[in-house]
Write a protein that binds this ligand. Structure first.
Ligand SMILES: Cc1cc2nc3c(=O)[nH]c(=O)nc-3n(C[C@H](O)[C@H](O)[C@H](O)COP(=O)(O)O)c2cc1C
Length: 190
């Protein structure tokens, strides 16, 4: 599959079949992640591959808690319909852990110290596109508290669990999202 097709066809998946994902497939997805660009090639990422049902249950419970507190703060009605059961059914969840000590020269700039997050985001997009090209569904999931996720996954306090990438064979059709026209969002300075 060419890159452009993968970019345009990929949609967030929130329903997974229990069919396990082969280790080689997970390795291919991680291999795609590490070829992302990063500041000064610092490669500020680490990955935790989660297949333990016990851990998925802890993550699910944390997501449910976050959902409740977000509802209280925001009043967003859609949260009442938003189910996070896909955490329990996703055969594999990969935690992408960023290392702020491996950010780049931006640490010396105003508002700096965040380039490591950008690099991890690029790695995550590589993972989603590769999963799609391999015929799998995936979801970039962030509805959790960093400190709580550190505890659940036993992560070093200096590092940040930036996202959980849920991966597996999709069940049902993903929600078809649209995009604004790129030209409407672009100005040229010539
Ligand atoms: C930084 C980031 C965080 C996200 N967090 C969540 C999340 O916690 N739960 C979720 O269901 N989707 C999450 N998503 C997926 C978005 O909802 C989704 O990408 C967006 O609605 C567009 O849909 P599409 O990916 O199907 O095109 C996240 C996406 C990004 C980039």
């Amino acid at each position: 599959m060419d890159v452009s097709t993968a970019i345009k066809e990929r949609r967030s998946c929130r329903g997974f079949l229990p069919t396990p994902v082969a280790d080689e497939t997970i390795e291919q997805i991680l291999e795609a992640a590490i070829w992302a660009p990063s500041p000064m090639n610092a490669q500020p990422w680490e990955f935790i591959v989660i297949t333990s049902q016990e851990l998925k249950e802890k993550i699910y419970s944390e997501a449910e808690d976050r959902k409740k507190s977000l509802f209280e703060k925001s009043g967003w009605k859609w949260l009442g319909r938003y189910q996070v059961d896909f955490i329990l059914s996703a055969p594999v969840i990969i935690a992408v852990v960023g290392n702020p000590e491996k950010t780049g020269a931006d640490r010396f700039l105003e508002g700096g110290g965040m380039a490591y997050q950008h690099a991890c985001a690029a790695a995550i997009q590589n993972m989603l596109l590769t999963a799609h090209a391999l015929g799998l569904g995936s979801l970039w999931f962030t509805l959790f508290d960093f400190s709580r996720m550190r505890e659940i996954l036993g992560i070093d306090p200096v590092k940040v669990p930036l996202a959980l990438v849920c991966i597996g064979n999709a069940v049902g059709q993903p929600l078809q999202t649209g995009r604004k026209d790129a030209l409407e969002l672009t100005k040229h300075i010539r």
